[in-house]
Design a protein around this ligand. Structure first.
Ligand code: KIV
Length: 290
């Protein structure tokens, strides 16, 4: 049975910790479910890790729909949340149109959007229309050009503002909130005050759950791991070794062998060759006469 938003609420109520992971394609969704994950985020981080952009800003709604639909086809038991990308929820009306496409075409079950006070009206409106919404506070990547990529709310005033924003998002109907790059103690305080779960990334162990980026967890990057990233494999290196082996075998002639193909009797080829050669000499005769 698929995990639902109500299931996530029950996990918080029971004090069960919640594991979420980003996921961007069908093959990965199949693996994630086989590994037991049931809470997947089609993050707009796909801009960097799947599409090679330098930030999430260039990601379009069409990009999100394309990837979300692929994940949905591979993860029938998961609660799939997809990001509303940059400036696709600048007004309540625009957010409705964006969320409609993301849920109808992208087949996700909930949307995530970034920010506090400025997006409360949008959250309230979406929730009133039956769209489950996940909030995102702290470092909000779509605002990186304004706030920089760094730990947020390190002093009392912004920390208080973040607590107020989290409470307001809960009142507006958000079913969970991502806390990204927030001091450990602040994330714990927010998590204590909310009845909805906090899902941390770079926010310490005091959150109700954790979200990580697929490529960070699996070691698919070249660059050294971020401090906040949990690295559970060196899959990038494993892929590189496998691909070098494949290319080397093709070049050396070790692959493919006859075991990698299907055979027919030699007489069939002889007959086919005779047919082709017969045809060739017949057309040469025609050419000579012309
Ligand atoms: O886009 C994303 O991957 C995210 C996570 C970092 C929370 O928003």
């Amino acid at each position: 049975m698929r995990l639902t938003v109500a299931g996530i609420a029950r996990m918080k109520a029971k004090g069960e910790r919640i594991a979420m992971l980003t996921c961007y394609d069908h093959a990965s969704a199949l693996i994630a479910e086989r590994a037991g994950l049931r809470f997947l985020l089609v993050g707009d981080s796909l801009g960097q890790v799947m599409l090679g952009h330098g930030s999430t800003i260039p990601v379009t709604l069409d990009d999100m729909i394309h990837h979300s639909a692929a994940v949905a086809r591979g993860a029938p038991e998961s609660l799939i949340v997809a990001d509303l990308p940059f400036l696709t929820y600048a007004s309540a009306d625009q957010a409705v149109l964006s969320a409609r496409r993301l849920m109808q075409e992208g087949r996700c079950h909930a949307v995530k959007l970034e920010g506090g006070a400025p997006v409360l009206g949008v959250v309230e409106h979406l929730v009133s229309l039956g769209v489950p919404v996940m909030g995102h506070l702290g470092f909000t990547p779509q605002a990186a050009n304004q706030i920089g990529v760094r730990v947020q709310a390190k002093t009392a005033a912004p920390a208080a503002e973040l607590i107020r924003d989290a409470l307001a998002l809960e009142r507006a109907g958000a079913f969970a909130i991502v806390l990204e790059l927030v001091p450990i103690e602040l994330a714990a305080e927010v998590s204590k005050r909310l009845t909805i779960p906090t899902i941390g990334i770079g926010a310490g162990p005091g959150c109700d759950g954790q979200v990580q980026v697929w490529h960070d967890v699996l070691g698919l990057h070249d660059h050294p791991p971020f401090r906040h990233a949990g690295r559970y494999g060196e899959i990038g290196k494993a892929i590189e070794t496998a691909l070098a082996g494949y290319a080397g075998d093709v070049v050396s002639g070790a692959f493919p062998t006859e075991a990698n193909g299907a055979s027919i009797d030699a007489s069939v080829i002889a007959e086919a060759a005779a047919l082709v050669d017969g045809q060739a000499s017949a057309s040469a005769l025609v050419d000579d006469r012309a």
